[in-house]
Design a protein around this ligand. Structure first.
Ligand code: HEC
Length: 119
């Protein structure tokens, strides 16, 4: 009985510590619904520049590099926005300080031309 209680407390403490360390990592937790709105830019030229600066290194021309191929994957606009803002396993997150909302929309306009997004 006593041992079970101690073990339970330890697991609880670990869970809390883990939860806190996740929260204090500085990344904002976004949900897909936050990004569910229509595409608002057709500025492919600006989007190409944003892609070249922030994405090209790992997704060269939308093809496989350090990251997977994204061209032709046809993700929804909300999925792509979410991915950029949230990052992933080996993909950094890009907050509005790096890619403004307006630039994110331009990025989508470019992504449309390589089929990485499908509205
Ligand atoms: C440092 C390398 C790196 C950079 C820079 C990067 N990515 Fe990624 N990306 C990855 C990796 C690795 C994955 C796969 C793992 C994951 O989903 O987190 C990925 C996954 C993705 C996916 C999901 C692909 C799928 O099939 O699930 C999309 C979409 C994507 N990246 C778009 C972008 C965009 C747009 C940018 C620029 C704003 C970008 N990435 C910048 C490395 C990168």
């Amino acid at each position: 009985m006593g041992k079970t209680l101690v073990l339970g407390l330890m697991i609880g403490t670990l869970a809390i510590a883990y939860g806190c360390s996740k929260e204090s990592s500085g990344t904002t937790a976004y949900s897909l619904e936050d990004f569910d709105y229509p595409m608002s830019s057709t500025d492919v030229a600006a989007g190409t520049e944003v892609f070249a600066e922030f994405c090209e290194g790992c997704h060269p021309g939308g093809e496989e590099g350090d990251g997977p191929k994204i061209a032709g994957e046809g993700e929804s606009p909300s999925e792509l926005r979410w991915k950029v803002r949230s990052g992933g396993d080996d993909m950094p997150a890009f907050g509005p300080d790096k890619i403004s909302d307006a630039n994110l929309e331009s990025l989508l306009a470019y992504a449309l031309t390589i089929g990485a997004v499908a509205p």
